[in-house]
Write a protein that binds this ligand. Structure first.
Ligand code: GDP
Ligand code: MG
Length: 163
């Protein structure tokens, strides 16, 4: 089966922006099945000559605060099961939040390899968040800007090494 990268993280960190950058117009499936799968999109990702499958865990923005953690956990665990690699995004401009920490706790126990991405790192506004991200215990954060396309060559290296 094709090498699969899943993009996870709390709402608003830039998951869908990264998904769109990696997949472009090669969107394969918009799953309308009720329930958890409704929240995911998958497509064929590409960086330079590297091809892989990408899953965006989306749609949690509509969840109430009460159900958010449970839904995120369930969706994340399901996505991790079929993924070869997880990109865990934080918003470096917002810094590390309690929800990020909650998530990181789940991911530290996962069998799937996790790469921590500090998104929104264009310019200098992400620098404090980038350094804060070390304390999540998921290794060295990779600074990226999904919106501006920065850091994609580092993601290329990460995927190629994991493949
Ligand atoms: P998701 O909820 O995790 O899927 O996040 P979205 O992809 O919907 O992005 C949430 C917001 O962050 C949007 O307003 C994006 O335009 C913005 N965003 C995404 N990536 C970046 C980035 O690299 N830099 C900045 N400054 N904003 C970004
Ligand atoms: Mg989204």
């Amino acid at each position: 089966t094709e090498f699969t990268v899943v993009i996870i993280g709390r709402p608003n960190v830039g998951k869908s922006t990264l998904f769109n950058r990696l997949v472009g117009k090669r969107l394969a499936i918009v799953d309308d099945t009720p329930g958890v799968t409704r929240d995911r999109r998958e497509g064929s990702g590409k960086i330079s000559d590297l091809r892989f499958r990408v899953i965006d865990t989306a749609g949690l923005e509509d969840a109430t605060d009460h159900s958010l953690e449970a839904r995120m956990r369930r969706q994340t665990e399901m996505a991790l099961e079929e993924a070869d690699l997880a990109f865990f995004l934080i918003d470096a401009r917002a810094g590390v939040t309690p929800l990020d920490e909650h998530f990181a706790g789940v991911l530290r126990k996962a069998k799937t390899p996790v790469t921590l991405l500090a998104n929104k790192c264009e310019g200098r506004a992400g620098q404090p968040g980038l350094h804060e991200a070390f304390r999540l215990g998921l290794g060295e954060p990779v600074p990226v800007s999904a919106e501006h396309g920065e850091g994609m060559s580092d993601l290329y290296d990460v995927i190629r090494e994991a493949k």
